[in-house]
Write a protein that binds this ligand. Structure first.
Ligand SMILES: Nc1ncnc2c1ncn2[C@@H]1O[C@H](COP(=O)(O)OP(=O)(O)O)[C@@H](O)[C@H]1O
Ligand SMILES: [Mg+2]
Length: 775
């Protein structure tokens, strides 16, 4: 008698497929590793058994050798030891607040535990885990895909602005930036596709995380099936527990993972350091020469500073090695910042270099990082931390509508986090490049939530689109300043995204669909009226990626010459367009980029962003057109730019190259910061009377960057309401505008129909939208 396989046996048809061996296709595998798992009632023993098994429960493929190896290291993480406790609290509660030391395994392990208990793949749902930083979302998703033995982008994926690394129907664990989840909420207000949402790094209090907390609190009341976990590194959990209490008499439960940290000895400088970068480099070299083996983590503030410091450290360390190879080991210096390509980011996990000779002194690794390494990414093996006490922070002044990234002192909480990075594997040392007195007296306790120091126009539009009209009574964790809200409403009203009653207009609805600032979204939407939508699409994409210009220290002159050859004198926006067009004409050639001192990576990114924005434009029937007459085209482009950026206009005052940002100067007393100059990178060959700018930067003095020349006539034609002179302070700017108004009255011009506020374009867009059936 021939042996029949259980799957073919008709008498077993009543059994679930997993017990019949159906769907596995392999004869050793007769049982589903998740057999007997009841969603949200799963126990630790079950999960551990499934994890230890030979078959991957999610792919049904045999586990790889690498999987087993990583599993062994995972088992040593503090979070792992508390799996049973976590699964219990997860089963019993809808909302959980969790705190644990950085590196304890929150970000990588908790979402996996949730996946095993929630089994989102069996109900067509997903688990989301948000991160404030793109780098962290990408890096952690990669790590977790490896840990779960699946391909990144399939069962485990990530989603960040302009990059969706997920597969519909397959991905059930998704790491994403908090901003992306907020965007998704606009079209799916109850976030139906998720069964559990984890807000990670909640202590960072980014703008998007704060808004999400408010939204999720509301959604949780309507969707009892949605579980929410708020994870954070520091111990101010009580604030979150109170905020998320579902009943007035009880706070949300706390799940706490005690850290397994080692003591860290903290050293201060005796005197304040006049140059923190120089002091930091000196300190790193001192550690390398004099301290026991162990890697170093140095915190600096941004890409340029970090690359520069790495170069200097490397040079000096090589010198030391040459002079005294018997007592100084080799040193590798690894930069870490968010715009770094992913493969290079992975280098932080490389081991320190081996000794030069067999018995020579051991090598050392130095990671020079932005704030990313404070809590988002854990680097093992760090024993020494060098903390100059600064980071780049967003600062917003609603009075002059300027948001900028400024190098600012960190908070005490940050300083403590940084020091903690030295004690992950064994006792460590932290060198603070400031005095103990400054630490005690000058540093704030906590970093201010971002919502209190940001321009809120994007957020307000998103909230409006979500149907939240009453911004004042929204349940904020910390409410923003009323003036900041006013400024946002005002900008959106001028852009015609909101009507005079504060309702979102059809135009505003479409603007919200673009993953862009409202000004840029507006530009794209009006661009067909100026017959230059192809070009504005390119310019917008170029403004959405990191700087494309390379300027290596030892080849500045060559780089500047290459840039000059690509520069269009009418404005930096047109130069960006030209660079992109040349890149395409040269068939995306790497060598062409290289010889022209352009970043191929940034240009590739622009290409990608352009394609995605184009899809959004097509979705809303925004035509892609160009004019063949280049001269006319260039004028039209600058006119269209005015339709988005009319609130970022500066007027030349006197002959010294000073500009005043328009409307910010109060009567005869222009505030110091409203006097700006064209940034040295600006390619204009003259100093035109009127310019629009994309960015305000404060270095040695206030500068405006990415600047194009515009005309006063355009300002009053395409943004008549904003340039209504009754709202202007007296001064040279007002007089110049008055002349433009007079000239226009003299010509007896009719009101233009292009791009201005309450023109036909809203109406037209509204019609298109109705035919879309998207409302
Ligand atoms: N890409 C990676 N390669 C190697 N180890 C990693 C990687 N990503 C994370 N880890 C390790 O996983 C551990 C847990 O990290 P994580 O879950 O991010 O902790 P937490 O979120 O609690 O700060 C850390 O020891 C870290 O070094
Ligand atoms: Mg984490």
């Amino acid at each position: 008698m021939s042996e029949s396989k259980p799957r073919d046996n008709p008498y077993l048809a009543h059994l679930p497929p997993s017990q019949r061996g159906v769907g596995t296709g392999s004869k050793e595998i007769t049982k589903d590793p998740l057999f007997g798992f009841l969603p949200r009632k799963v126990k630790g023993d079950q999960v551990r058994k499934a994890m230890d098994g030979d078959v991957n429960p999610f792919t049904k493929q045999p586990h790889s050798g690498q999987y087993k190896k990583i599993l062994e290291t995972r088992k040593k993480l503090p979070v792992f030891a508390q799996m049973d406790e976590f699964l219990k609290i997860f089963s019993e509660n809808q909302i959980i607040v969790m705190v644990g030391e950085t590196g304890s395994g929150k970000t990588t392990q908790i979402p996996q535990f949730v996946a095993y208990s929630d089994l989102p793949h069996t109900k067509g749902k997903m688990v989301a885990c948000t991160q404030p930083r793109r780098v962290a979302a990408m890096s952690v998703a990669k790590r977790v895909a490896d840990e779960m033995d699946v391909q990144l982008g399939r069962h485990v994926g990530y989603s960040i602005r302009f990059e969706d690394m997920t597969e519909a129907g397959t991905t059930f664990l998704k790491y994403m930036t908090d901003g992306m989840l907020l965007r998704e909420a606009m079209n799916d207000p109850s976030l139906e596709r998720y069964s559990t949402i984890i807000l990670d790094e909640a202590h960072e209090r980014t703008l998007a995380t704060d808004i999400l907390m408010g939204l999720l609190k509301g959604i949780a009341k309507k969707r009892k099936d949605l579980k929410i976990i708020i994870m954070s590194a520091t111990l101010d959990a009580l604030k979150f527990q109170k905020y998320f209490s579902l009943r007035s008499d009880a706070t949300a439960p706390l799940f706490k993972v005690p850290g397994r940290t080692h003591p860290v000895e903290v050293f201060y400088t005796q005197e304040p350091e006049p140059d923190y970068v120089e002091a930091a480099i000196r300190t790193v070299l001192m550690i390398h020469r004099a301290e026991d083996p162990g890697d170093i983590l140095l915190f600096l503030t941004g890409e340029e500073e970090i690359e520069d410091a790495c170069r200097k450290i490397k040079l000096e360390a090589d010198d030391l090695l040459n002079q005294d190879p018997s007592s100084v080991g080799p040193l590798s210096c690894i930069p870490l910042y968010s715009s770094l390509p992913p493969q290079q980011q992975q280098r932080i996990f490389d081991a320190a270099p081996p000794p030069i000779t067999k018995d020579g002194p051991p090598g050392r690794k130095v990671v020079v990082s932005t704030n990313i390494a404070e809590t988002s990414l854990t680097i093992d093996g760090i024993v020494y931390v060098v903390d100059p006490g600064f980071s780049k922070q967003k600062v917003y002044n609603p009075r002059i509508r300027v948001e900028s990234l400024l190098v600012s002192p960190i908070s005490k909480a940050s300083a403590q986090q940084r020091a903690g990075r030295a004690g992950r594997t064994r006792p460590g040392k932290c060198f603070r490049l400031y005095t103990e007195k400054d630490f005690m007296k000058e540093l704030e306790e906590q970093t201010h939530p971002e919502i209190l120091r940001s321009n809120l126009s994007n957020t307000v539009l998103e909230l409006m689109k979500l149907g939240i009209k009453d911004l004042v009574s929204f349940d904020y964790v910390d409410a923003p300043a009323p003036e900041t809200l006013m400024r946002a409403l005002e900008l959106l009203n001028y852009l015609a995204a909101l009507d005079d009653d504060g309702n979102i207009t059809p135009l505003g609805g479409i603007m919200a669909e673009f993953p862009l600032d409202p000004q840029l979204a507006k530009l794209l939407i009006v661009s067909p009226e100026f017959k230059c939508s192809n070009e504005l699409l390119t310019i917008t994409a170029m403004m959405s990626v990191p700087n494309v210009w390379l300027r290596p220290n030892n080849q500045r002159r060559e780089a500047d010459a290459a840039k000059a050859a690509l520069t269009v004198p009418d404005g930096d926006h047109l130069t960006l367009l030209n660079v992109y067009n040349q890149y395409v004409l040269n068939k995306h050639d790497k060598n062409w980029c290289w010889t022209n001192y352009l970043s191929q990576r940034a240009l590739q990114q622009a290409d990608n962003v352009r394609a995605q924005l184009q899809r959004t434009m097509e979705r809303f029937d925004i035509d892609l057109i160009s004019l063949s007459d280049e001269k006319k085209l260039f004028v039209n482009i600058r006119q269209a730019l005015v339709c988005g950026f009319f609130m970022q206009v500066a007027h030349k005052e006197g002959e010294k190259g000073n500009y005043l940002t328009v409307k910010d100067n109060q009567a005869s007393q222009p505030s110091l910061i409203s006097v700006v100059a064209l940034h040295p990178s600006c390619g204009l060959d003259t100093q035109p009377e009127w310019v629009i700018f994309n960015e305000f930067v404060l270095t040695t003095r206030p500068y405006i960057r990415t600047v194009s020349e515009v005309k006063a006539e355009w300002l009053i034609e395409f943004a008549a309401n904003y340039f209504d002179l009754s709202t202007f302070p007296d001064g040279e700017t007002k007089r110049a505008l008055q002349r433009a108004w007079n000239k226009r009255a003299g010509r007896g011009d009719k009101k233009s129909s292009k791009g201005s506020r309450q023109d036909g374009s809203d109406e037209r867009l509204a019609k298109k939208r109705r035919t879309d059936g998207r409302d």
